[in-house]
Design a protein around this ligand. Structure first.
Ligand code: FAD
Length: 393
């Protein structure tokens, strides 16, 4: 095969979502030479589809088993605060903060209030109760028996986050649909139609794509990774912006998690939570009916008849756990100079990058091969409400 250019690098990262981009910035800041290859516009896959909430662990504080997940999120929170303020290895001042906080609200009823209060108590500093006169527009005039808490977890616009990360002064970003990865002496040869990259280490950070990459180098992905499906819903024509979770009685899962965006003059609610997990088992019409019912139950003060709904399916790709549930933190599986990484959550991307840095220092010792630095101004994947395959009804 003829290749136009040969590049030498300490590490090739495959995957241009939050995990690959944050690891690229962190490894470069530590002096390693990195080339990132991705197969689609940056952020495609889970990252631009995410709801952009930098969870502090409230959902997890509601279940005692998940305390270590809450700890991991709390420490990643400090890295995000630094990044959003332009301090630290990643400068995210250009990322758009859609809301500085989310809200946790209950439905009328003692159990619902008790569940929310228990979570708020466990979170202490990050959660505060919001009484009637101070309620935001979305909850103005809502009866007092609907409890409301403010949670100090911001919500980011995922596309602007990807764009800010891509602008880091780091190595080249290449777009290639099927980069080949092969052993090359002690290191690796990664080839695209235009480039051959001779690398000392390779990091798979390709989300669901890690499965086929692992197979390509002769590793069985089954014991390493899992997928958990979601059916996300969009509601067009919403009456106000809303960022938050409606509490599910005695559960650590919100009934609905709603974030908001604007497109063509419409406010769009982007709806996840338990409704998205249960929706995967339903016929599309039944799913949309159930989301309408959930909206009516969780937001009884909103007239939902005029909302137009659309849905799409997407898998969460993560490190495998024995019980198939969400891992508590990011997961990295290392095979000497090759590793596969899953951040588990957008919010845990800084912790995932720390794992990648520990691994590469162990695998390579010092940096040696530094390709030219380049700011990656590449196409960014469109947000979910701009998908061309949506049907609104
Ligand atoms: C609907 C939804 C909502 C979510 N909401 C939140 C939230 O509010 N807060 C939160 O903290 N987390 C959230 N998450 C989780 C979070 O989005 C993911 O944990 C995170 O985005 C995973 O990032 P990633 O980089 O590992 O994978 P991805 O974002 O999927 O990126 C992988 C990239 O690799 C590329 N790729 C695939 N195969 C190859 C290949 N062979 N070669 C090169 N490149 C390849 C893909 O095109 C893709 O761009 C949500 C997830 C989903 C699905």
């Amino acid at each position: 095969m003829s290749v136009a250019s040969v590049i030498r690098a300490d590490c090739v990262i495959l995957g241009g979502g939050i995990a690959g981009l944050w690891a690229r910035a962190a490894l470069t800041a530590a002096g390693f030479g990195v080339v990132l290859i991705t197969d689609q516009p940056l952020g495609a896959g889970q990252t631009v589809a995410s709801q952009g909430i930098l969870h502090r662990g409230l959902k997890y504080a509601l279940s005692r088993e998940a305390a270590s997940a809450a700890d991991a999120l709390e420490s990643a929170h400090r890295a995000w605060a630094d990044a959003l303020a332009g301090r630290g290895v990643v400068d995210l001042r250009a990322a758009r903060v859609l809301s500085p906080c989310t809200y946790l609200w209950t439905r009328p009823g003692a159990l619902s209030t008790l569940t929310a209060a228990a979570g708020a108590l466990a979170m202490k500093s990050a959660v505060s109760r919001v009484e009637a006169p101070h309620r935001p527009e979305a909850f103005a005039g809502v009866p007092d028996r609907i409890g409301l808490w403010r949670v100090d977890e911001p919500c980011l616009d995922a596309a602007s986050l990807v764009s800010a990360l891509a602008a880091a002064h780091a190595g080249p970003v290449l777009v290639s649909a099927d980069a080949a990865v092969a052993r090359n002496g002690d290191g690796w040869a990664v080839s695209t139609p235009d480039y051959l990259i001779e690398a000392r280490a390779v990091l798979f950070a390709a989300g669901a794509g890690n499965e086929s990459l692992l197979r390509r180098v002769g590793l069985d992905p089954a014991p390493l990774t899992q997928r958990r499906p979601l059916r996300m819903t969009l509601a067009r024509g919403a009456p106000f912006h809303l960022f938050g979770h409606c509490v599910k009685e005695l559960s650590d899962k919100p009934r609905l998690t709603i974030t908001s965006a604007e497109a063509a003059g419409d406010v769009i609610w982007y709806i996840g939570g338990d409704a998205a997990e249960r929706g995967t088992g339903l016929a599309p019409e039944a799913h949309l009916r159930s989301v309408r019912d959930e909206l009516a139950a969780c937001l009884p003060w909103v007239r939902g008849e005029s909302l137009r709904l659309a849905w799409f399916d997407i898998d969460r790709a993560e490190g495998r756990t024995t019980d198939g549930k969400r891992p508590d933190g990011p997961v990295l599986h290392a095979f000497e100079s090759l590793a596969a990484l899953w951040p588990t959550k957008l919010a845990l991307a800084p912790a995932a990058a720390d794992l990648a840095l520990e691994w590469i220092r162990r695998a390579l010792g010092a940096a040696r091969d530094i390709p030219p630095a380049a700011s990656a101004i590449r196409p960014i994947a469109p947000p979910p409400w701009e998908r061309s395959d949506l049907t609104w009804s």
